[in-house]
Design a protein around this ligand. Sequence first.
Ligand code: UDP
Length: 252
Amino acid sequence: MTSVPLSGTEVPRVHTVLSLPVHILADYPAWLTEHIARGLGSQVITLNAEMAIQGERNPELAAVIAQAELVIPDGAGVVLYLRSRGLRVQRCPGIELAESLIAQAPLRGWRVLLYGGAPGVSATVAERWRCQFPGLNIVGVWHGYLSATELSDLTEAVQRTAPQLILVGLGVPRQEFWIAQHRHLSPTATWIGVGGSFDVWAGAKSRAPRWLRDNHLEWVYRLYQEPWRWRRMLALPQFAWRALHSRVSDRP
Ligand code: UDP
């Protein structure tokens, strides 16, 4: 794993969570802004406990995470894991990182492409953002259930419009694989896997109230809102167990 040192910006410290890298920075949006300004492409991974457990079991996903320029501590479990090892880390939810880049996009003249979500969802997000951020240049809006022909239209559009910011919301690990396979089409873009964020931005789902988020309990709200996720969320106790186990085995 390499990190690109940029003069005038922080160099990320790289730590590992269950053998996966995670980058520690004081200001993620500032680092990415500088990265984009310099025309350096990146894949951003929003690491949480569920993804870390998937990465342990799926070497292809672990390889994609390892080549990403930026892996952010998106989930409370990842933050608690790092803090339990004495590191001072603040959580950086991917949804907030993406929002902060979108807010800057009109000022910096970035072209933006949205891909993912059920039909109509990313279109609603684009409509809302165009009102909220006048001058925002959204050069493409694609839902996440495309036919083979539409997929090839999408790849052609990515190449032609060369966006600086591409948000992909197909769920984990589909979005991570898709980005890794297609990032060469716009090598200077920042590609972020945003999971179900389009549903939140479109108003179809809501985030947990702040007090739950502040107390590392966003997952409780997620389970309440989407009870069918319970099987996937078994990854959380598994992550806690693995974190404890690796802590014991780390001891001298
Ligand atoms: N999705 C999609 N195409 C697919 C499968 C899923 O666009 O083939 C979208 C789905 O509509 C939802 C998001 O991907 O908006 C997955 O959301 P989830 O909260 O499950 O993401 P994760 O927890 O995996 O990050």
